[in-house]
Structures are given as C-alpha cells and as structure tokens.
Ligand binder design. Sequence first.
Ligand SMILES: [Zn+2]
Length: 135
Amino acid sequence: MPAHPIAPVANPDTQPFWDGCARGELLLQACSACGRYRHPPSPICPHCRSDRHAWVPASGRGTVYTFTVVRQALARGWDDLIPYVVAVIELDEGPKLLSNLVNVAPEAVTIGMPVEVIFESAGETKLPLFQPSTH
Ligand SMILES: [Zn+2]
C-alpha cells in the first residue's frame, strides 16, 4: 500500500492517542473508575460516566471483526491504493478500532483473523494499521 494520502487531525480528546501513534505506541483510555478500556477517545466513560481516565499501552493485537474491500478510488490520486481493505479490528482489550488491513491479499482476509498493529507515516504522525499476526 503506498503512503497514506490522509493525515489525521487531532482534537484535545484524541491528541494523546495520535502522540502515541507517532511514537509507535497504540494507546487506549482506561477508565479510572470502572477500569474498562474505550476507543475512540472520549471525555466521559460510556460505561459508568466517569470523567477520569488514564492512557495505557494496548497490546496491539486483535482480530478482524468485519471488513470490506474498496475497489474504486474514492478521490483523485487514490488509484494506486485500490484495492484496499477497511476493517473493524476488535482489540484484545475489547474496544473496536476502524483501520486498514495491509500486507495481505484482500481475498485472504477472514472474519476472526488474528492481526497486529503496525504504524505507517502520515503527515507528522503515524497511522495504526493492521496486518496478519506474525506470532
Ligand atoms: Zn468507567
């Protein structure tokens, strides 16, 4: 997959997540009250409504929860990207994360496939992408 054409734009809630990605770390918010992980980042725990949390490193491992294969360029200049796989990854910690699957042929992707995070440069940060698990 060529260099990703879109760099993320952080906001105050997501800045620590993207700072982690820039360092090659996948971070999740862990609620300080109930201990549950959440993603995407948010100021309030969706489980107990606490506004206290810590940022903790995730394992970077998960499975393919669902996916689709994009076979038509969605914007000018994206022709080199297709086909590519958009997938919802269910992280081992529980939260789900929308990403791309790389280093795998689209027809080889299956629901439940074990995957691991890798990071790809995008602007001044890196994107958390996933590939089939190598362990
Ligand atoms: Zn909570």
